[in-house]
Write a protein that binds this ligand. Structure first.
Ligand code: SDX
Length: 373
C-alpha cells in the first residue's frame, strides 16, 4: 500500500539500509562501519579510512601496504586528460572542470561498462587530486606538477598544488578534514549516486551526478560560500549587523544548519580544533574573531549550529587553497563514500523510483479544433 503522505525533500524518510555509516540525529554522532569519526580523524590516515569505508575493516599492515602502493601508482594523468584540462575554459568553476574530467575518464575507461568495482573506486580516488591540482596550477599560469609516489595522499596533494609539502601540523589538519568529509549516509550527492546506480548505469555516470549535486551551496558548495561570506563581512565588529540583514532578507547563512543534526554536527569539534591549530600556525587571530562572532550571532538569532563546512572553509583558506578549490577537495574525500554506496547499491539493487502526488489540471479532452496560429 503506497504511503500517500508527501515527504518534501524526503525529510525523515528511511529509503534503504546501509552498513557504511551511521548518522545519528539522536546523539548527533557519526560512525564509519561502527568507528566514531572523531577518533578516526585523530588517529588514522585518509588511506586507512578509505579502506575501512570500502571494505568494512581498517587495513592490517599488509593490506595497507598493498593499497597505498596501488593508490600511489594510479595517480598520474595521461597526456590526453592533461590536454583536456588545458582546453576547459578558465572561466569554468573547478567543480565543472572536475565533473568534465570524470566524464572523460569514464569514456576512456574500458572497464566503464563492467559496472562498479573496487578497482574503479581506487583509481578514482588516486586520480582526483591530480585533476584538482593540475586545474589549480593552470589557473595560476603554471604547468602541472607530477604526483610524487614517495608521498602520502595528503602530502602529495600539497606537493602537486604548490611544489612543496608544509609541516606535519598542516598536513595533519588537512588529513583530518579528508577523514571527516569522507562519508555521511544518504546525503543528497550520495543519494544521487545511488539513484544512477539503481538503473544499472556505470560508476562514472553515478559520480558525475554526485559531483553535480555536491556543487550546490545547500550541500558541498557551502564550504566555499562560507569563505565568501567571511570575506564579505570582513571584521568581527560587522558580523552581527551583517547576519541580521541577511536573515531579514531571508538569506541562508552558509555553514549553518543541517537536515539531520539538530543540535550540532558531530564532525565540527574535530574540524574546529584543526582550524584553531591552523589559525595559530598562520597568526589568523582576526579571522578567528570574525568566525566566532558569526557563530555567536547565528546561535543567538536562529539557534542554528555550524555544520562541517563552517570550520572547513576557513581552514582550507589558511592552508593556502583558492576558495573555488574547497568543494573539489570535498569531492577528493567523498569519492570514497560515494563509491562505497555505489558498490552497496549495486550489490542489493532495487530501482529507485518514488511516487508523486498529482496537482495539475483535472482530466480533460483535447479540443477538436487546433487553435488558429
Ligand atoms: C552539507 O546531508 C548531509 O549530510 C550533508 C553534509 C554531508 O556531509 O554530506 O553534511 C554536507 O551539505 C552540510 C550543509 C551545508 N549547507 C549549508 O551550510 C547551507 C546553509 N544551510 C541551510 O540551507 C540548511 O540548514 C540545510 C539545507 C543544510 C538544511 O536545511 P533543511 O533541513 O532543509 O531545513 P530548512 O531549509 O527547511 O530550514 C528550516 C528552517 C527554515 O526557516 P523557515 O523558512 O521555516 O522559517 O531553518 C531555517 C530556514 O530558513 N534555516 C536557516 C538556515 N538553515 C535553516 N536560516 C538561515 N540560515 C541557515 N543556514
Amino acid at each position: 500500500m503506497a504511503d500517500t503522505a508527501i515527504h518534501k525533500g524526503l525529510a525523515g524518510v528511511v529509503a534503504d539500509t546501509t552498513a557504511i555509516s551511521t548518522v545519528d540525529a539522536a546523539t548527533d554522532s557519526l560512525t564509519y562501519r561502527g568507528y566514531p569519526v572523531q577518533d578516526l580523524a585523530e588517529t588514522r590516515t585518509f588511506e586507512e579510512v578509505a579502506h575501512l569505508i570500502w571494505t568494512g575493516d581498517l587495513p592490517d599492515r599488509e593490506q595497507l601496504t598493498a593499497f597505498t602502493a596501488r593508490e600511489r601508482a594510479g595517480r598520474a594523468l595521461d597526456r590526453s586528460t592533461l590536454d583536456l584540462l588545458r582546453r576547459v575554459p578558465e572561466s569554468a568553476h573547478p567543480m565543472d572542470v572536475l565533473r568534465t574530467a570524470i566524464s572523460y575518464l569514464g569514456a576512456d575507461d574500458p572497464a566503464e561498462d563492467r559496472g562498479a568495482d573496487l578497482a574503479t573506486a581506487e583509481r578514482l580516488m588516486a586520480r582526483l587530486p591530480s585533476v584538482v591540482a593540475a586545474d589549480r596550477r593552470r589557473r595560476h599560469g603554471l604547468d602541472p606538477i607530477p604526483p610524487d609516489p614517495s608521498l602520502g595522499f595528503a602530502e602529495n596533494f600539497f606537493h602537486m598544488c604548490f611544489g612543496e609539502v608544509p609541516g606535519p601540523g598542516v598536513v595533519r589538519c588537512f588529513e583530518a578534514s579528508l577523514v571527516l568529509y569522507a562519508e555521511h549516509g544518504f546525503n543528497a550527492s550520495t543519494f544521487a549516486a545511488r539513484v544512477v546506480t539503481s538503473t544499472r548505469s556505470d560508476a562514472y555516470s553515478a559520480v558525475t551526478a554526485a559531483i553535480g549535486a555536491l556543487k550546490g551551496p545547500l550541500h558541498g558548495g557551502a564550504n566555499e560560500a562560507v569563505m565568501h561570506m567571511l570575506n564579505e563581512i570582513g571584521t568581527a565588529d560587522r558580523a552581527e549587523e551583517w547576519v541580521d540583514r541577511a536573515l531579514a532578507g531571508k538569506r541562508r547563512i552558509m555553514g549553518f544548519g543541517h537536515r539531520v543534526y539538530r543540535n550540532g554536527d558531530s564532525r565540527v569539534p574535530t574540524m574546529h580544533r584543526a582550524l584553531v591549530r591552523m589559525a595559530e600556525a598562520r597568526g589568523a587571530g582576526d579571522l578567528m574573531e570574525l568566525y566566532a562572532a558569526v557563530e555567536r550571532a547565528m546561535a543567538d538569532r536562529k539557534g542554528l549550529h555550524p555544520n562541517l563546512d563552517y570550520p572547513a572553509g576557513p581552514a582550507y583558506h589558511l592552508m593556502g587553497f583558492d576558495v573555488p578549490m574547497f568543494t573539489p577537495i570535498f569531492v577528493m574525500s567523498r569519492i570514497t563514500g560515494w563509491t562505497a554506496h555505489i558498490l552497496e547499491q549495486q550489490a542489493a539493487n532495487a530501482l529507485i523510483r518514488p511516487l508523486s502526488a498529482y496537482s495539475g489540471p483535472p482530466h480533460r479532452a483535447v479540443p477538436a479544433q487546433r487553435s488558429q496560429v
